[in-house]
Design a protein around this ligand. Structure first.
Ligand code: UT7
Length: 324
């Protein structure tokens, strides 16, 4: 028998304030038409002034616990993927732990920007397979609205806030691709490309939080190439191909990247969960949000084969193949 990290529950939270593209037309030389056609984004949610990343994460965590029919006592660990923590430290994960009233186990953050949730899932899977934890809450939560330069039209129209959470539980499988749970993970990074997507502030360098800077065209080029590569690698390790996939649940940065990646994988768009129009790019939160919304829409059902893939600052990228 093989130990598998099996999905037990999923949940999400989006802040109440919805900002349509048209709102940016009031302050920037941009248009709803440009934003829609270049990115596929129509609206995004922004956190309220007094709402922090840990608030969003705790809401999503409670929704996932309710979905799983579990209590906080049932969890062994919490991992939060975020690049927009409430404070430099402690971790958002320990803040969520406190918010849930969890006084046992352990909690920590993972920072791999838009690939953060993929990295966090791979970490949770490793903890479960190694027998160090039986049930792990994995959260992606972001308030990217806090690191936008509102005068930079090439970035500030693209991002949004939100959180999604997944609970993984140790289960037994046969050791082949018919098992439920995480079947393969594939992680990469290459720091040579750190200057094409970064935040220009930080504790050690400037003592400020800084603002997001992106050379969009460059990132786009890497994304289209690397996302299909990593998804293929993860599938190939299982002897599977695009034909075997029920759903791609991609990082939701740009509909053109999502479409190009699906095409390279030979997967039609009606088998791709798409939320970018409603959420914008929520960085590490985008995949768990898409999993939760996709499941609520009836797109993701038990037993289906799912590929998730993401790329972001670092560059860091990767994919996970799992059977729901
Ligand atoms: O989540 C992390 C990973 N991030 C991504 O995957 C993002 C990857 N990049 C992208 O999604 C796209 O590159 C963008 C959506 C950011 C931009 O689309 P693009 O087709 O690459 O446009 P561009 O950057 O080449 O800009 C085209 C034109 C430029 O004008 P000129 O130089 O051709 O006159 C920009 O100045 O569009 C202009 N532009 C805008 N115009 C209206 C840039 N931003 C805007 C805007 N409104 N908001």
């Amino acid at each position: 028998m093989t130990t598998r990290a099996v999905v037990k529950g999923v949940g999400h939270y989006l802040p109440a304030r919805i900002v349509p593209n048209s709102e940016f037309e009031e302050t920037l030389d941009t248009s709803d038409e440009w934003i829609r056609t270049r990115s596929g984004i129509e609206r995004r949610h922004f956190a309220a002034e007094d709402e922090t990343t840990s608030d969003l994460a705790a809401h999503a965590a409670r929704a996932a616990l309710a979905d799983a029919g579990l209590e906080v006592e049932d969890l062994d660990a919490i991992i939060v993927a975020t690049s927009t923590p409430d404070l430099t430290f402690p971790s958002v994960a320990t803040m969520v732990q406190e918010r849930l009233g969890m006084t046992h186990g352990f909690a920590f953050d993972v920072q791999a920007v838009c690939a953060g949730f993929v990295y966090a899932l791979a970490n949770a899977n490793a903890l479960i397979v190694a027998g160090q934890a039986k049930r792990v809450m994995v959260i992606g939560a972001e308030t990217f609205s806090r690191i936008m330069d509102w005068t930079d039209r090439s970035t500030c129209v693209l991002f949004g806030d939100g959180a999604g959470a997944l609970i993984l539980e140790a289960g037994e499988g046969k050791g082949d691709a018919s098992d439920r749970g995480i079947l393969a993970t594939d992680l990469h990074s290459d720091g040579r490309f750190r200057d094409i997507l970064f935040v220009d502030g930080g504790v050690s360098k400037t003592g400020t939080a800084g603002h997001l800077r992106m050379h969009g065209k460059e990132v786009f080029r890497h994304a289209v190439e690397k996302l299909a590569q990593t998804a293929h690698a993860a599938l190939e390790s299982l002897g599977l191909s695009g034909d075997d996939i029920d759903w791609i649940v991609p990082h939701q940065a740009n509909i053109r990247i999502i479409t190009a990646t699906a095409r390279k994988m030979g997967v039609p768009m009606d088998r791709v969960v798409q939320t970018v129009a409603d959420h914008g790019n929520t960085s590490a939160a985008s995949i768990p949000l898409a999993l939760s919304v996709g499941r609520a829409r009836g797109q993701i059902k038990p037993g289906e084969l799912i590929v998730i893939e993401a790329i972001g600052g670092g560059l860091a990228w990767g994919s996970v193949v799992l059977r729901w």
